[in-house]
Design a protein around this ligand. Structure first.
Ligand code: GLN
Length: 547
């Protein structure tokens, strides 16, 4: 049986529970334990697939095709493991199961209630990953803030489980905020005390407190928190704002979060965590030898979390190239063919982002055309790939009306079309082409050289695809189809001949990028950007010398 760590949050949301959970998991993993993390979200949506990215940030997709919370992305990036549907549960999913069982008559005439039926279903799911026998430790992060009405069934489920499993097998780690009042020049512990009281009212005494703070906590303050919150002094962990989220495991190690966790769970402290590869990454990330400027063209650019995995992939790929990636967002709806040069000319690479719907499409077309015609390294992801195909058919292959039927359903040249199996689907949730699919890459291409192999597997999330009616036309052109799904012949990758690096992919390479295994396409995009940067510098120097 695995040991369980429940991570709750108090005072406010956005304290970074996901990063703390992933950092603790990393330290335990680095000590030789097999660890996984799951996230329980208290909202009623069955999954975040139907949520607008402005509401909840990016929707992360797993190999098995689950549309999940973006925290699962952090878990994968830190731990280098792949998660699945079982790692993300929402209240909607819990209720759906209970209501379906009720309709099947499984409750034998009983009144179906939050306690015990909903809490039992939560408990069943909390123990599910444990049953695989693969893990020594399962970390369960609860979304939201304790005290919220929606979190209550989860808090009750944790109370029951910790009681049932015993204190050596299940502990609670509570994340709180210690705010600094600048007028009084003081750190304040009261919000922490109050949020621990809420947990205690529901019968839970946290074992560990992780206190988010902008200023270091003096020893007396830790003691005060320990005394008033009924935890051991060593179990009050300071979590200062970090320069990068990838520093957090090291900061937590310094504070002894892994040590106190192992002591509480009566697990061997065995060897010190080995974090050499992690440290190598941090050294490269913090000591870049060059900088490249990359433009991210998309429509959700106001909210950083909407493109979380893409941003993190650039960090991994930058470090792999010992190069800082200065990422600048460009709002696609503000981009036009007329202003493209002015807005894009300072970039060493351009990425056209995934997305849905019409807004900003013309700006994305302009970005593809600019990168193509000006030899700027380019990566188009999902909608970005589809738009690169539309742009090429319009401007190079003489199909002025070429479009995706998602954007213009009545176009006479639907080069991007709804997938056959999508045509009968009317429901929105979980119905796209989702998850990992194989793809065969053509040898001798830039994508093949990035992956260093012919058969790859990447994750998908889309309804539209390249329309194979136009395949012959594409094959004859310079925009070559160089990655094909072996089972159904769908075009997954296009690559432009005679361009330094111009690639469009129907899949999402960003979902599989981790600290220790950066996504190959991002690594090579940055490599190409470095080259672009050097050539541009040489050109400027050359021109200056001539003057
Ligand atoms: N909207 C496009 C489709 O459904 C692209 C999706 C995406 O970029 N994830 O095919």
């Amino acid at each position: 049986m695995a040991k369980h760590i429940f991570v709750t949050g108090g005072v406010t949301s956005s304290l970074g529970k996901g990063i703390i959970s992933a950092s603790l998991a990393k330290l335990l993993q680095a000590r030789g334990y097999s660890v996984t993390i799951q996230k329980f979200d208290p909202y009623i949506n069955v999954d975040p697939g139907t949520l607008n990215p402005y509401e909840h940030g990016e929707c992360f997709v797993t190999d098995d095709g689950a549309e999940t919370d973006l925290d699962l992305g952090h878990y994968e990036r830190y731990l280098d493991i792949s998660t699945s549907q079982a790692n993300n549960v929402t209240t909607g999913r819990v209720y759906q199961t209970v209501i379906n069982k009720e309709r099947e008559g499984a409750y034998l005439g009983k009144t179906v209630q939050v306690i015990p039926h909903i809490t039992d279903e939560i408990k069943r799911r909390m123990l599910l990953l444990d049953q695989s026998g693969k893990y020594d430790i399962v970390i369960t992060e609860i979304g939201g803030t304790v005290g919220d009405i929606e979190s209550l069934p989860y808090v009750e489920a944790i109370r029951q489980l910790t009681w049932e499993l015993g204190e050596e097998n299940a502990i609670v780690c509570h994340l709180t905020l210690v705010p600094y009042l600048s007028a009084a020049k003081e750190l304040k512990t009261k919000p922490t005390q109050h949020s621990v009281k809420i947990l205690q009212e529901w019968g839970i005494n946290p074992d560990i407190l992780v206190c988010r703070t902008e200023h270091s906590l003096p020893q007396e303050m830790k003691e005060k928190i320990a005394r008033f919150c009924n935890v051991r002094k060593e179990a009050v962990i300071e979590s200062m704002d970090a320069e990068t989220i990838y520093d957090v495991p090291l900061l937590m190690k310094k504070e002894g979060l892994d040590r106190i966790t192992l002591q509480k769970l009566k697990l061997e402290e065995n060897e010190e965590p080995s974090l050499e590869l992690w440290n190598d990454f941090l050294t490269k990330f913090k000591n870049p030898k060059t900088t490249v400027k990359v433009g991210l063209v998309g429509k959700y650019v106001e909210l950083q979390d909407a493109y979380k995995s893409i941003l993190e992939s650039f960090i991994h790929a930058g470090a792999a190239n010992e190069c800082a990636v200065d990422l600048e967002s460009v709002h696609s709806s503000e981009l036009t063919p007329e202003n493209a040069t002015k807005n894009l000319k300072h970039f060493d690479a351009i990425l056209v982002a995934p997305g849905f719907g019409e807004r900003g499409i013309d700006g994305k077309i302009a970005a593809c055309q600019y990168a193509r015609e000006n030899n700027v390294p380019f990566l188009g992801i999902c909608l970005g790939m589809q738009i690169s195909v539309v742009e090429f058919f319009r401007n190079e292959l003489n199909y002025p009306n070429a479009h995706s039927s998602e954007i213009n359903p009545s176009t006479d040249t639907p080069v991007i079309n709804l997938m056959e199996e999508q045509k009968a689907i009317t429901k929105k949730g979980g119905t796209m082409r989702l998850g990992a699919y194989d793809c065969i890459l053509t040898e001798g291409t830039k994508v093949h050289s990035a992956y260093q192999k012919s058969k790859i597997s990447e994750r998908h999330r889309h309804r539209y695809e390249f329309n194979n009616t136009y395949l012959k036309e594409l094959e004859k052109s310079a925009l070559k189809p160089v990655g094909i799904n072996p089972d159904n012949g769908l075009v997954e990758v296009v690559e432009l001949e005679g361009h330094p690096w111009y690639v469009g992919v129907q899949y999402h390479p960003e979902y599989k990028s981790t600290v220790l295994n950066p996504a190959p396409l991002f690594v090579d995009l940055i490599k190409a950007a470095k080259k672009h940067n050097e050539t541009t510098k040489d050109k400027i120097i050359g021109e200056a010398l001539q003057r």
